[in-house]
Design a protein around this ligand. Structure first.
Ligand SMILES: *Cc1c(COP(=O)(O)O)cnc(C)c1O
Length: 363
């Protein structure tokens, strides 16, 4: 290639996508694939969404609303918070990119956990910044060490809560002291993509802190519990001065019209969200408990997936039977994987094939 790309890109590896459903079907000669590899909502989408998309599809020739006013109005009412705090984007991944675009200069640092959502690091590197990663303790963020890692060059810290891929949360009081300890000229980015799945007493709702901490940015998404991953809608909640900077670097029509109509309809159906959350908590408890009986451990999860680890062979059995999970590496264990929680039927199928395989090996 004769045209050289920016030097920063030499350090970037493209995001590793898992195998597709079609590839798995072909490879193993099976007809049913259970895709539990990307933390999507196994219960689908609110039925209201499809109707809203049909209606919006009458206006495809026109550009969408560049201010996503419909969603912002609904979010503002939902959270009882002024509209000026919201920025809606093409997935919350876009917000991460806008934050690094707007705030990371060459050689600036961003502090983050070692095992967390990979998009933080990638976007920091693209801007020529440095990712300072802090090892986990039992799958959790080490907030003490993260605080110590903040230097004069630090521009932002990322806290993924619940964390992807480990599923863990940081304890309320610890997080409060951490937020309080971060200097005012460092952005605190709380990625709460799995917010609606957390039901622990120890989970901190950061929204009430916005007034006090003007450097706080909260990220949430329609991709997970709202079941709109294919449409790409996420949002950030932040001080209006930060929102103003992000508006400067975003695409003008960043959220398409069908996605906007879908997100509005999805927000109106909080009963669906509640129902998914309740079912998810029950399945989380069920699957982690049954896994434990099979000597498959997992970190305590507050999200819609488990990070599981074991010394018994599991992943190959799952894949051959059409259960797609995300392979991970955890020192001290032969196998580690992230599995999205599905329905009870999915879990019974999984437990059956895994215990059958263990049994066969034992005899
Ligand atoms: C899934 C996920 C997102 C959401 O991505 P979208 O771009 O909104 O689909 C953000 N952060 C984390 C940690 C996630 O797991």
């Amino acid at each position: 290639m004769y045209v050289k790309a920016r030097t920063e890109l030499e350090r970037i590896t493209p995001y590793a996508l898992g195998q597709t459903i079609e590839e798995i079907k072909e490879q193993y000669g099976i007809t049913t694939v259970r895709k539990l590899s990307d933390n999507e909502n196994g219960y689908g989408t609110s039925p209201r969404v499809r109707e809203a998309i049909m209606q919006a599809s009458a206006h495809l020739a026109f550009y969408p609303d560049g201010m996503t006013s419909g969603i912002v109005e609904k979010l503002s009412a939902h959270y009882q918070l002024d509209q000026k705090h919201f920025l809606v984007t093409n997935g919350s991944e876009e917000i991460i990119r806008l934050l690094t675009r707007a705030y990371i200069d060459k050689n600036d640092e961003a502090v983050m956990a070692e095992v967390t959502f990979p998009r933080y690091k990638t976007n920091v590197l693209i801007e020529g910044g440095r990712a300072v990663t802090v090892p986990m303790v039992d799958g959790k963020h080490d907030l003490q060490k993260m605080q110590e890692a903040i230097s004069e060059k630090t521009k932002m810290v990322f806290v993924c809560n619940p964390n992807n891929p480990t599923g863990t949360i940081v304890a309320k009081q610890e997080l409060l002291s951490f937020i309080d300890s971060v200097p005012g000229n460092v952005l605190i980015i709380m990625d709460e993509a799995y917010f609606e799945y957390a039901d622990s007493e120890e989970y901190l709702d950061t929204m009430p802190l916005l007034d006090q901490y003007k450097n706080l940015v909260i990220l949430r998404t329609f991709s997970k519990i709202y079941g709109l991953a294919s449409l790409r809608v996420g949002y950030g909640i932040m001080h209006e001065d930060i929102a103003k900077e992000l508006h400067k670097v975003r695409d003008v029509f960043n959220v398409n019209q069908l996605a906007q109509a879908a997100a509005v309809a999805a927000l109106e159906d909080q009963a669906f969200v509640q129902d998914c959350s309740v079912k998810n908590s029950a399945e989380r408890c069920f699957l982690s408990g049954k896994f434990k009986e099979l000597e498959i451990d997992s970190f305590p999860s507050q999200s819609n997936f488990l990070y599981a680890f074991t010394n018994r062979p599991v992943i190959q059995t799952l894949t051959e039977n059409g259960v797609l999970v995300r392979q991970m590496q955890l020192p001290g264990y032969k196998e580690a994987f992230r599995i999205t929680l599905g329905t009870r039927e999915d879990h019974e199928f999984i437990l059956q094939i895994v215990s059958q395989q263990f049994h066969e090996r034992a005899v």
